[in-house]
Design a protein around this ligand. Structure first.
Ligand SMILES: *[C@@H]1O[C@H](CO)[C@@H](O)[C@H](O)[C@H]1NC(C)=O
Ligand SMILES: *[C@@H]1O[C@H](CO)[C@@H](O)[C@H](O)[C@H]1NC(C)=O
Length: 192
């Protein structure tokens, strides 16, 4: 009669235990899922154009410097490390006081040691018509002295669920004394 050594049986035991574990955690290999459970319509491309008002001056600033530039030899030349928090108005025209369409809420910081290159992270929160309450999220690099800067749209909520796209920002006016700026934003976004 053949005698099985325990050394031979142990690996088999191991395989059986592992298999049963896998079977228990993944009961089915494939399941059918309802088509379009979120009832998404056809994806479309929308182009929004508005003006972004970054206002440091006056009694009601919408942009505040929350982290001043650190004082080191290398960095005091261009403000590397500076961070501002914003709740800027988005309007249909460049003039202050023109029709409010929403707000840009978030922050930006000087992330480049060489030029003035910002990292921007902000949500466009719309307050007009059917877009009221829907948001678009922008996160990207902004070399503010370039004529046109492009930043990605990385997502959205409400009417902008699954949003992707890009914005092009171009400075309309900039006051070097106060830091106030008006920037035209052209936003191209794919959404449903
Ligand atoms: C700035 O540079 C000077 C001379 O180049 C040096 O003595 C000083 O320690 C430096 N300061 C800092 C904060 O690095
Ligand atoms: C936008 O939504 C808010 C909150 O639901 C509401 O208070 C406000 O009146 C709405 N504005 C417009 C213009 O529909």
């Amino acid at each position: 009669m053949t005698k099985f050594s325990p050394c031979f049986l142990l690996p088999l035991l191991f395989i059986f235990t592992q298999t049963s574990l896998i079977t228990r955690s993944n009961p089915t290999f494939v399941q059918s899922v309802k088509l379009n459970p979120l009832k998404l319509k056809t994806e479309k491309l929308s182009h929004f154009r508005f003006f972004w008002h970054d206002k440091y001056s006056g009694p009601n600033p919408t942009a505040v410097n929350i982290i001043p530039p650190p004082i080191t030899n290398k960095t005091n030349s261009n403000g590397f490390g500076t961070v501002s928090m914003i709740d800027d108005a988005l309007t249909d025209k460049p003039e202050p006081g023109s029709k409010l369409l929403g707000r840009a809420q978030g922050f930006y910081g000087i992330a480049s040691q060489e030029e003035i290159g910002l990292l921007m992270a902000m949500n466009f929160v719309f307050s007009t018509g059917k877009y009221n309450g829907s948001t678009i999220t922008i996160m990207g690099r902004n070399s503010v002295f370039n004529k046109v800067r492009e930043m990605p749209v990385i997502g959205g909520s409400g009417l902008f669920r699954f949003a992707r796209g890009y914005v092009q920002a171009s400075t309309h006016s900039f006051d070097i004394k106060t830091g106030d700026a008006v920037v035209e934003y052209n936003c191209y976004v794919l959404h449903y």
